[in-house]
Design a protein around this ligand. Structure first.
Ligand code: ZN
Length: 252
């Protein structure tokens, strides 16, 4: 992983350079991965190779953003009601998408073993482009992955999915020393913990939901993502998964 263990060591020149690029918000920059500082030539080369891997023209989803959201939430209802259809999980589907993918939704989810988007939204192979990382944090590489899912593969919905009793958010609340580089996760969540302080209700639930809002905002700092939203091609939403009931609800 490429987390800055001591962001204050980042050179001012790099910070200024980066502020004119992908993410132009100074307060968001200290948590960014070092991959953010790749030069423009490298980024351009990478973009060309990613485009080459895109599905053939016309293969992208035909679902508009609201339809994609409706489809996801309908799948979650089937899951909660124990009426899963388990679509797109057979060999016919494997062959159908073997040469190109066209997921209708992209999801930034926590890596928690209990939060499995394909299961809780009742979808199958090639339907969802899922990025999973503890605390569903939008660091540079995650933003890049979601840019690829939306602008190249054509997903029309982008969802940040937080969940009940998230261990990464709990760690950010606890403020205790952590082994290895786990603290880098806490670092990315900390602004949400501070923003949720003093609010009525459960402390952890509030922090999880505030973290979802924070990561949505971070995704929207990508000009690639923001432009798609402005053009009506993409919707970015936050959501919360209830571990007890299996229900996903939107976080406004
Ligand atoms: Zn979690």
């Amino acid at each position: 992983m490429k987390f800055p263990t001591n962001p204050t060591k980042l050179k001012r020149r790099h910070l200024l350079q980066y502020s004119t690029g992908l993410i132009g918000v100074g307060s968001l920059m200290t948590w960014l991965g070092t991959g953010a500082f790749a030069n423009r030539a490298a980024a351009s080369t990478q973009k060309r190779s990613l485009l080459a891997a895109a599905p053939p023209s016309g293969a992208k989803t035909t679902l508009v953003p609201d339809q994609a959201l409706t489809e996801l939430m309908a799948g979650n209802r089937r899951f909660v009601e124990n009426k899963r259809q388990k679509p797109h999980q057979d060999f016919v589907r494997i062959r159908e998408v073997a040469q190109g993918q066209a997921p209708f939704a992209a999801i930034l989810s926590c890596a928690d073993s209990r939060v499995i988007p394909e299961v809780l939204f009742d979808r199958g192979i090639g339907d969802l482009f899922v990025v999973r990382v503890a605390g569903n944090i939008a660091i540079t590489e995650d933003i890049a992955s979601e840019e690829y899912a939306t602008s190249v593969l054509g997903a029309s919905l982008l969802m940040v999915l937080g969940h009940e009793r998230c261990g990464a958010v709990q760690a950010a609340l606890a403020r205790k020393p952590l082994p290895g580089v786990i603290e880098s996760l806490v670092f990315a969540i900390q602004p949400a913990v501070e923003a949720s302080e003093g609010k009525p209700g459960d402390r952890l639930t509030n922090a999880v939901q505030e973290n979802v809002r924070l990561q949505v905002r971070r995704l929207l700092t990508s000009s690639t993502i923001a432009q798609q939203v402005a053009a009506g091609k993409l919707k970015v939403v936050g959501a919360y998964y209830d571990l007890d009931t299996g229900t996903v609800s939107l976080v406004s």
